[in-house]
Design a protein around this ligand. Structure first.
Ligand SMILES: [Zn+2]
Length: 376
């Protein structure tokens, strides 16, 4: 019999938690950071190299994959894992967020969303039922409920209406998902920045019953302070014995702050996208490799980092290949950034296990405040 989806919480330190999610395709150590493989690839990286950075799970985007190459085609080719050569767990989003952010002509009704593709203008429908079908065809290990990502800012009554629609869609997602041993369905809490709405949403989701719970509707432009205010209470409303996933977050300090508030899983395009624009994350904050100060610098980005970009190449070389638009620039900088993110997760998991997460947070902020190395 296939191994069931299971979450073992192994240690807590304050609100921070560490544990393991077991799936049929392998374990996910939490807190976990999921690199984003939008179009069945983490851009500029081979899957085995993504794995080498320490990633246990990837995120795939339903919206992009349903348009190109289509879920049906991926299913006929053996599913997304086979298609993209990633054997480990995959989480797919529901498509709802991208429909809202990438399409202009769309119509939202109780039934679902009708929209025009940003690729070729063709018309498509997404409903809770269709989203579940697409995510099943893709073969996702963790499936997300179809919901409406409430825009920010939203008036209280608008947010309430939106949240309640998402809760009706959550029930329809649950019904359409059915019973699929070894696969998990996550509910998504909405309610914007309104505490009572977050509470109502959480109660609603708990009564439906999910394998994990996401905090949705954040990282949509509200800023870190407002996000942390919501995270001070919202995760506590969700079941402690199930994984909690904060969608679309974030910068390294967002991630540390979210883990401190009880979040177990996160995803963000930032480390991979930044790798293509020259922004590099280190323990001493972010730097931009395109700046002229690096052009004669023989030092690595970070002498303590064990990624190939830092082991084998100087800042001067990385500056040069970025400036000349060489493809290796995206490869090396993305690798470094993903490595940095996964190393950050490892350090947090260790600190929580050893009961020193407060000290970890202090050291993290002290080190960042130093800024990049002074020029030679
Ligand atoms: Zn590195």
């Amino acid at each position: 019999m296939a191994r069931q989806f299971q979450f073992d919480l192994q240690a807590t330190d304050g609100k921070a938690r560490t544990g393991v999610i077991s799936t049929t395709r392998g374990d996910i150590r939490t807190p976990a950071f999921m690199p984003v493989g939008t179009a069945a690839t983490v851009k500029a990286m081979l899957p085995e190299n993504v794995r080498a950075t320490g990633a246990d799970i990837l995120l795939g985007n339903t919206y992009h994959l349903m348009l190109r190459p289509t879920a049906e085609r991926i299913d006929n080719l053996g599913g997304l894992h086979n298609f993209m050569n990633w054997e480990r767990p995959i989480l797919t989003d529901s498509g709802g967020f991208q429909v809202m952010s990438l399409t202009s002509l769309r119509k939202l009704t109780e039934k679902g969303v009708t929209f025009k593709s940003h690729v070729d203008g063709s018309q498509h429908h997404l409903t809770p039922e269709r989203s579940m079908e697409i995510q099943r065809l893709l073969g996702a290990d963790i499936v997300m409920c179809f919901d409406e990502c409430t825009p920010f800012p939203a008036e209280e009554d608008v947010a309430l209406e939106s949240m309640r629609l998402s809760m009706r869609w959550a029930q329809r997602s649950r019904d359409a998902f059915g019973d699929r041993p070894g696969h998990a369905l996550f509910g998504i809490q909405q309610g914007s920045v309104f505490r009572e709405q977050r509470e109502e949403s959480a109660e609603n989701l708990k009564s439906i019953g999910f394998d994990g719970y996401a905090v949705g509707g954040l990282a949509v432009g509200e800023g870190q302070e407002a996000m942390f205010e919501v995270l001070d209470y919202a995760p506590d409303m969700l079941p402690a014995d199930k994984p909690r996933y904060l969608m679309g977050v974030g910068k390294p300090d967002d991630i540390v702050g979210a883990v401190a508030r009880g979040i177990d899983m996160m995803d963000c395009v930032l480390p991979s996208r930044s790798g293509r624009t020259g922004q590099v994350f280190t323990r001493r904050g972010a730097l931009n490799i395109k700046n002229a100060r690096h052009q004669d610098d023989p030092r690595p980005i970070d002498e303590h980092c064990t990624c190939p970009a830092c082991r084998n190449y100087s800042r001067a070389y990385l500056h040069h290949v970025f400036r000349t638009g060489e493809i290796i620039s995206s490869m090396l900088l993305t690798w470094h950034n993903l490595h940095y993110y996964q190393e950050l997760m490892t350090r947090m998991r260790d600190a929580i296990s050893e009961g020193r997460f407060d000290q970890f947070q202090r050291d993290f902020h002290t080190e960042r405040a130093k800024g990049d190395l002074p020029p030679l």
